[in-house]
Structure formats: structure tokens, C-alpha cells
Design a binder for this molecule. Structure first.
Ligand code: HEM
Length: 151
């Protein structure tokens, strides 16, 4: 096994966990949770996202470090355009995630602790919008990386 294969493996493992987790939350957990009353629904999201978001930080670190390591193997100037596009979108996705972590995620935790369900629902809505954006960007990045659309 070459170093490149190992880097590609951990890169894709990070992508699977991050993008797959967002898809599960959006397409499976959200419709099921909508049936719950606000207190239970927001409490559930607080617990689920608290766990998932910690894992996302690890996935981001793995994706960015392995991604730039693979870029450096060939050198920035020689790397195909699709790799540069992937790096740019990947960093944008990481910035969007940081904006969730330091913004509406904090607000959701405070609202649940204070039992302010209206504010909690507002914060959760912001989280949903930004996670959906990242899900679209992540899917687009996988398409660019695999379909050769940006060469
Ligand atoms: C800082 C961010 C990133 C950098 C620098 C980066 C860089 C790279 C590099 C250099 C490769 C190796 C390609 C090859 O050997 O053919 C790769 C593969 C790949 N990356 Fe990224 N990447 C980043 C983020 C992402 C993100 C956010 C996703 C998806 C959500 C993603 C999806 C993929 C996929 C699917 C491959 C496999 C492509 C293939 O081998 O055909 N990457 N990445």
C-alpha cells in the first residue's frame, strides 16, 4: 500500500462520515422528528447534533490534512484544476460548518437549556439551511472529483 492510497482512504472515510451524516439527518431524521412536540424535537436535535458535530470536526481535520497532503505530493502547480476546485469548496464547507458551530448551534443549546422553544426552532432552522447548503456543496464536490467535470 502506497502512502497515497492510505491518504485517499482516510480522505474518503472523512467525506463518507460528513456527507453521509448530513444526508441521514436531512432525509431520515428530520421527517421523523417533525412529528414530535417542540420540547422533545429540539431536545432530540440537541443531543443528536452535539454528538454529530464533534465527529464532523474530526472528519474536517482528516479531509483537509489528507487532501492537502495529496495535493503536495504532485505540487500545487501540477495538480489538476478539479483538485483546486475541490480544495476551495472543501474550505468553504469547513467555514460554513464553523459558522454553524459558533452561531446557531450555540443559540440552540442555550434555547433548549432555557426551554425557549420558539428561539430554539429559529436556531434549528438556521442550522438546517446551512447543513443543506453543505450537503449540496459536498455532493457537488464528490461529482467534480469523480466525474471529471472541472478538468
Ligand atoms: C481542503 C479540502 C480538500 C482537498 C485539498 C482535497 C484534495 C484531494 C486530492 C488531492 C484528491 C486525490 C485525487 C486523486 O488521487 O485522484 C482528492 C480525492 C477526493 N476527494 Fe478531496 N479534497 C478536499 C476536500 C474534499 C471534499 C470536501 C470532498 C467531498 C465532500 C472531497 C471528495 C473527494 C473524492 C470523492 C475524492 C476521490 C476522487 C478520485 O480519486 O477519483 N474532497 N481530494
Amino acid at each position: 500500500m502506497k502512502l497515497h492510497h492510505f491518504l485517499l482512504f482516510i480522505h474518503l472515510a472523512g467525506v463518507v462520515v460528513w456527507v453521509g451524516g448530513m444526508a441521514f439527518a436531512h432525509f431520515c431524521l428530520r421527517p421523523a422528528a417533525l412529528a414530535l412536540p417542540p420540547a422533545q424535537r429540539l431536545g432530540l436535535w440537541r443531543a443528536v447534533l452535539g454528538c454529530f458535530f464533534r465527529i464532523v470536526w474530526v472528519a474536517i481535520a482528516v479531509i483537509v490534512v489528507s487532501g492537502f497532503a495529496m495535493l503536495l505530493e504532485v505540487g500545487f502547480a501540477q495538480a489538476p484544476r478539479s483538485w483546486h476546485v475541490m480544495a476551495a469548496i472543501g474550505l468553504l464547507m469547513a467555514a460554513i460548518f464553523a459558522s454553524i458551530w459558533f452561531g446557531p448551534w450555540r443559540a440552540l443549546q442555550q434555547a433548549v437549556a432555557a426551554e425557549s422553544w420558539a428561539q430554539g426552532a429559529q436556531a434549528l432552522n438556521l442550522i438546517r439551511q446551512r447543513v443543506t447548503l453543505n450537503l449540496v456543496l459536498g455532493t457537488l464536490t464528490v461529482a467534480l472529483a469523480t466525474l471529471g467535470l472541472a478538468y
